[in-house]
Design a protein around this ligand. Structure first.
Ligand code: NAD
Length: 252
């Protein structure tokens, strides 16, 4: 869930899962994106491409009912969905409106729990749920604003869902990706500067790609991660461990 085009993080994960033999279905939001997703799905042998707006419970029900009819059960679900008004992804967090706060929480936080409720029914033998988050949940990042609050809620949901669904052998994890130029990221103020900052200051001295995220996402969705749940796995070239870099210190 969440492929918009070939730059999407979800597409990186889909490709990595396909390489390991996964049979895939894709959901998209609105026909305009559907036109882009269908050829991508075809290229990995999937003809199961279904419309779903996560703010609409009936649309979510229809998606999972179709999956149940086609497959009977699911092994894993990737939730790579987030949205906020781009006018509030700049300036100060304190100026966030109640309307955008509610919409951001609905699409970017609650939708993962709504997915978990439906996926649970299709995972009688266990499975894996994966969502995408960002370091702006843990630390203040420029312009991330209400999305930072949403991602903090999403990361807490991962822990509660892991505890609820663990007895059914359903693992629930988050992957915290470093900044990547995607459609969603283009709404964030000064995003090019954030990319440059991460490149210069992360231990690997580079930004991550959707292929980097894809491989780690595939691991978390697969039996390779059979003992991992409730985790927030950073795939950010190590940026989250850095407090301060020494080499640029001026003489004082
Ligand atoms: P993207 O624009 O390719 O994907 C975002 C997806 O969310 C789109 O497919 C869009 O259709 C979908 N979406 C938005 N509202 C929806 C709704 N109501 N119903 C259904 N789908 C909806 O961008 P991306 O960067 O690949 O984003 C995927 C996830 O990764 C998001 O949760 C994002 O916050 C997270 N993330 C992105 C970065 C980054 O720098 N790009 C870093 C860390 C985490």
């Amino acid at each position: 869930m969440g492929v918009a085009n070939d730059k999407s993080i979800a597409w990186g994960i889909a490709k990595a899962c396909h390489e390991q033999g996964a049979e895939l279905a894709f959901s998209y939001q609105g026909e305009a994106l559907g036109k882009r997703v269908k050829p991508l799905a075809e290229s990995v042998g999937s003809d199961l491409v279904l419309e779903c707006d996560v703010t609409n419970g009936a649309s979510m029900d229809a998606l999972f009912t179709t999956l149940q009819d086609k497959w009977g059960k699911l092994d894993f679900v990737v939730h790579a969905i987030g949205f906020s008004d781009k006018n509030e992804l700049r300036g100060r967090y304190v100026d966030t409106s109640i309307e955008n706060f509610r919409m951001t929480m609905d699409i970017s936080v609650y939708s993962f729990t709504a997915v978990a409720q439906r996926a649970e029914q299709l995972m009688p033998d266990g499975g894996a749920l994966l969502t995408l988050t960002y370091y702006g949940a843990e630390m203040v990042m420029p312009h991330y604003n209400v999305m930072g609050i949403a991602k903090a809620g999403l990361e807490a949901s991962v822990k509660y869902l892991a505890m609820d669904l663990g007895p059914k052998n359903i693992r629930v994890n988050a992957l915290s990706a470093g900044p990547i130029k995607t459609l969603a990221a283009s709404g964030i103020g000064d995003f090019r500067y954030i990319l440059k900052w991460n490149e210069l200051n992360s231990p690997l001295r580079r930004n991550v790609t959707t292929d980097d995220v894809g491989k780690s996402g595939m691991y978390l969705c697969s039996e390779l991660a059979s003992g991992v749940t409730g985790e927030n796995h950073h795939v950010d070239a190590g940026y989250h461990v850095v407090g301060m870099k020494a080499e640029d210190a001026p003489d004082i």
